[in-house]
Write a protein that binds this ligand. Structure first.
Ligand SMILES: [Zn+2]
Length: 500
């Protein structure tokens, strides 16, 4: 095979992978949106066949020898091809280090664990889930050891979810956040509380849907390429390439702010994905590079922009138009305050901008200690509750509202949570940099997202997965990551909001 032939084969391989991925994600998307109830097994049948073909394609002899050939000629490839080969080989090489029977047993364990977790959560029955969680943590340690015997197992997983992250960096990040947020939250709780009456009442789904579509257009999403549907849990997915992006939301008629911010959050993910350079479509470089950077974009639109005073000034007249009777007698400032109410709570996914990081911190500390053998899985609920009391000042009534609330551990994802909090902090530094050249508040007041999106596209989106997250971050901001920027942002915002 000549190098030119190998390059063509690399392109064709990724096109095939994208096509399988397209079919699989469309089947999944159909399952959670439009499919009738009784069709899961039918879909499962096709998904099993396609997954097996996809697996054979990505790990088969032919693919491995192609990638190894290209890897041996690395210096003759362009930057994009080098990164494609690196990313494709990384997964295959790791997979080969895990004995096949143990890998299959783990896959089976995850399916059983997710099922047990569902039941355990419904009944608030941690002991039912405990043996599965024991095994999941044991597998996480074992697999980390197979893949990177020289590394600390938890460091291995942190780096898997956010390339470049390790315990030392995460410890420093969380220590900074905790040092600022805990005392700030205590002051917020002691201050007179904000009036949220503007958010109360019944907001019909049809009007909320109108608001969603209006927001998507204002944010600059290309509605010919980005679709909206409703699901139990909101999410974003690309179908085939960044040319077809779907976001979802969930409407609660008594809480319009929930869908409002789901749409902006998922819309942020969609802007990032669809902003990939067109040359990256149908390659492994298409779409966002990591969870942390992805969350930096979604939470950027949701919180840093969407919950700003300037955007509320734009949003209020829009709400007046869509919900005239509900907004009567209120104003933009009331909206801003109500949408930013901060309070200690039990559930991470419902947490406000100020307390969110503390929810993630609890999970980080617990995972780290279990992985280090310093905490037994059996003692997780007690430690969970103790830390919620210490950091957030709340009493956890039962494990359903405590240690059993998230699905991540049941899915075998250990080391995933910190990227959520990191994303929020990355965003604050992106915003500070953006403000040097873009009058962000003026854009938001006018509902003109173009200059903001242009900045993000130029510095972040267009590159897809071409650069490592840390590299991309430093290219965009010209600085190293500094959690103090996010901490100061929170301090300034909430000191002003609560007149502290
Ligand atoms: Zn997200």
């Amino acid at each position: 095979m000549t190098l030119e032939e190998a390059r063509v084969a690399l392109k064709q391989l990724q096109e095939k992978m994208s096509a399988y991925g397209h079919a699989l994600s469309l089947l999944y998307y159909d399952g959670v949106t439009a499919a009738p109830r009784g069709t899961a097994a039918n879909r499962g049948q096709s998904m099993a066949v396609l997954s097996e073909e996809h697996y054979k394609l990505t790990t088969g002899e032919e693919t491995v020898s192609l990638l190894e050939f290209l890897d041996a000629h690395k210096s003759e490839l362009d930057e994009k091809e080098q990164r494609m080969v690196f990313l494709l080989l990384k997964d295959i090489r790791q997979m080969k280090k895990i004995p096949m029977d143990e890998y299959i047993a783990h896959e089976r364990l995850v399916v059983e664990a997710e099922d047990a977790w569902q039941t355990a959560k419904e009944n608030s029955d941690f002991p039912l889930f405990e043996p599965y969680l024991e095994k999941l943590f044991a597998d996480a340690k074992k697999f980390a050891h197979y893949c990177a015997p020289e590394k600390d197992p938890y460091d291995y997983w942190l780096n898997e979810y956010e390339e470049g992250l390790n315990k030392a960096r995460a410890d420093e990040f969380f220590a900074t956040m905790r040092g600022h947020i805990v005392p700030l939250l205590q002051k917020v709780c002691a201050a007179p509380q904000v009036d949220t009456s503007i958010l109360q009442g019944i907001f019909p789904e049809a009007q909320q849907d109108k608001l969603s579509r209006r927001l998507m257009a204002v944010m600059g999403l290309d509605l010919d390429h980005v679709g909206l549907a409703t699901t139990e849990h909101p999410f974003t997915t690309s179908l085939g390439s960044h040319h077809d992006e779907r976001i979802t939301t969930h409407y609660y008629e008594d809480d319009f702010a929930s869908s409002l911010y789901s749409v902006i959050h998922e819309g942020g993910h969609a802007l990032y994905d669809t902003g990939s350079d067109d040359s990256l479509a149908y390659t492994v470089l298409d779409g966002g590079v990591s969870m942390g950077i992805h969350e930096s974009q979604s939470r950027f639109y949701e919180n840093l922009l969407g919950r700003s005073r300037a955007f509320c000034e734009y949003l209020f007249p829009v709400l007046e138009e869509i919900f005239p009777d509900k907004m009567a007698g209120h104003n933009a400032e009331e909206l801003y305050k109500a949408l930013n109410k901060a309070e200690p709570s039990l559930i991470r996914t419902e947490a406000d901008e100020l307390t969110y990081c503390l929810h993630v911190l609890v999970r980080y500390e617990l995972e780290k200690r279990v992985m280090a053998g310093e905490l037994a899985v059996h003692d997780l609920p007690g430690e969970w509750n103790r830390l919620y009391k210490e950091y957030l000042g709340v009493d956890v009534p039962d494990d359903r509202h405590g240690v059993l609330q998230d699905s991540h551990w049941a899915g075998g994802s250990i080391g995933y949570f910190p990227s959520y909090a990191l994303g929020s902090a990355y965003g604050a530094q992106f915003l500070r940099k953006m403000r040097e050249t873009v009058d962000v508040d003026d854009c938001l007041r006018r509902g003109d997202f173009k200059p903001i999106n242009d900045w993000n596209r130029e510095h972040i989106w267009q590159y897809g997965c071409l650069y490592r997250p840390g590299q991309l971050f430093e290219m965009a901001t010209g600085e190293t990551f500094d959690p103090g920027v996010f901490a100061s942002y929170l301090e300034e915002k909430f000191t002003d909001l609560y007149n502290l």
